[in-house]
Ligand binder design. Structure first.
Ligand code: SF4
Length: 453
């Protein structure tokens, strides 16, 4: 069967159809603060971002996006801007002519599904007229009742959710489309994209894929989880644009994203020097130029094999170079064993510490999200078999926490809500007390025994 391979046109950038993988990120400034947003866009562009997304909650931010586009144009910075829309179809319709791409989850345009379809149809018309691309962005944590009623809360359901809107695009002859299916769970993520690729090909229309692990958190774990999930997809040819979302400043995402793009386009190779395989046990030896590089290399070398179960046990040996050029032994320093544990957990094969889910934060974040995540991690590190989400806003955070046992969600004004699953159990807790209250609740319920595999 002939498959049409569509290419998305986002400003001067082309996504899909064999074009180089496009690296993108998202501002965490308040979009209405145009000075701060402009300054961050300039920094991100200079650091290698090829596409920059900003949250657009309402009409005020539509105007901010217009000003931001004009200021970037005046500064000779052609980086395309992507408007991130949640819930408000009216905002999507208003901002579409202002930006190069609109990211929406059409399923949350309206509670009534037929109304959501009608609003999405209107958006296709506006985008066609203004030459604006659309990203259909489905998240595992916020699948609508309509779709879970039909297919359950599964990776396949995510692909079906996207296919409904894709079919509407095809019927409307609107092909300037990118699709994403994000999850914080590496297994769900990979399965969802595989289903989507198959379904699009069966439909005869293959749209470019935006890939990324959502709510991956920060630090080593965030990087390792992202690389395990994204590298598995890229190794299968799934991924035309990518974002590594970390609960850190967005500048920190770009080196990881660039590494992934370079590696899967053949511009960089692993620092792996030898491999000893006995059945499903592997001993890998590295000579890495840095700690971070070792972490990224090992995540990409073994992520897919761990996810698929072709490797059961991993021993990492060799060295990396410290910042002063001194070789550090993976065995003597314990870093090899630590990385083995992290890789096992990232691939959801073995959990040696709590699983933390944390959004990267964006213009909707009204509190110190990065500090909150660090504090929650420090206070709960001793727990086992528990999934804790730390989310930046009360609007989307609770809906996006997917399968977290506990949620710590910023309300704004220095207050936090604490959730058990998707149910709020404490509201308006001052942030300075919130990590303690969360820990008390978890310990009072003896939440130690859930099987996460
Ligand atoms: S959950 Fe986090 S990333 Fe998502 S909209 Fe809220 S603050 Fe932004």
């Amino acid at each position: 069967m002939k498959v049409n391979e569509w290419v998305a046109r986002v400003g001067d950038i082309r996504i899909g159809g064999g074009n180089p993988i496009v690296v993108q990120t998202m501002c965490n400034t308040h979009t209405a603060d145009v000075d701060a947003s402009f300054a961050q866009c300039v920094r991100l562009y200079e650091a290698g971002a090829q596409l920059i997304r900003l949250t657009v909650p309402g009409p005020a931010e539509v105007e901010s996006m217009r000003m931001l586009r004009a200021r970037l144009d005046d500064a000779g910075i052609p980086v395309p801007l992507v408007a991130d829309i949640h819930f408000s179809a009216a905002t999507a319709l208003a901002v579409a002519p202002v930006v190069e791409k609109v990211r929406i989850n059409p399923g949350n345009f309206h509670r009534d599904h037929e109304t959501a379809r009608s609003l999405f149809g209107q958006l296709l018309g506006v985008c066609a007229e203004s030459g604006t691309a659309i990203r259909i962005g489905v998240n595992h944590g916020s699948l609508g009742e309509y779709i879970t009623g039909l297919y359950g809360n599964t990776p396949e359901a995510m692909a079906h959710a996207a296919m409904e809107w894709i079919r509407m695009c095809i019927e409307a002859r609107f092909f300037n489309v990118v699709v994403s299916l994000k999850s914080s769970n590496t297994v769900v993520l990979v399965e969802a994209y595989r289903h989507l690729e198959r379904m699009m090909r069966e439909a005869g229309h293959r749209f470019p894929l935006h890939v990324g692990l959502t709510e991956s958190g920060n630090g080593d774990s965030g990087r390792i989880k992202s690389c395990v999930g994204i590298s598995t997809l890229l190794s299968e040819g799934l991924g035309d644009t990518l974002r590594v979302s970390l609960t850190e400043d967005p500048e920190a995402e770009l080196p990881v994203a660039r590494y992934l793009a370079d590696r899967y386009e053949g511009r960089t190779a692993s620092s792996l020097v030898s491999l000893k395989v006995e059945g499903k046990q592997v001993c890998a030896r590295y000579e890495a130029p840095s700690r971070e590089r070792l972490l990224l290399d090992a995540s990409c070398d073994f992520g897919k094999r761990l996810l698929e179960g072709s490797v059961d046990a991993l021993t990492l040996e060799g060295t990396y170079l410290d910042t002063d050029g001194t070789p550090v032994s993976l065995t003597d320093s314990g870093f090899g064993a630590y990385l083995e544990d992290e890789l096992m957990q990232a691939a959801r094969r073995r959990f040696y510490k709590p699983e933390y889910i944390a959004c990267p934060g964006c213009g909707r974040t009204m509190y110190d999200l990065q500090g909150a995540l660090e504090e929650v991690k420090a206070r709960t590190a001793h727990l086992k078999n528990v999934v804790i989400a730390v989310m930046g806003c009360i609007v989307n955070g609770p809906g996006e926490m997917a399968d977290a046992d506990w949620g710590y969600v910023g309300e704004g004004g220095g207050k936090v809500s604490i959730y058990r699953g998707k149910t709020p159990v404490l509201r308006h807790v001052p942030q300075e007390e919130a990590a303690d209250r969360l820990l008390e609740l978890i310990e009072s319920e003896g939440s130690q025994g859930r099987a996460l595999l």
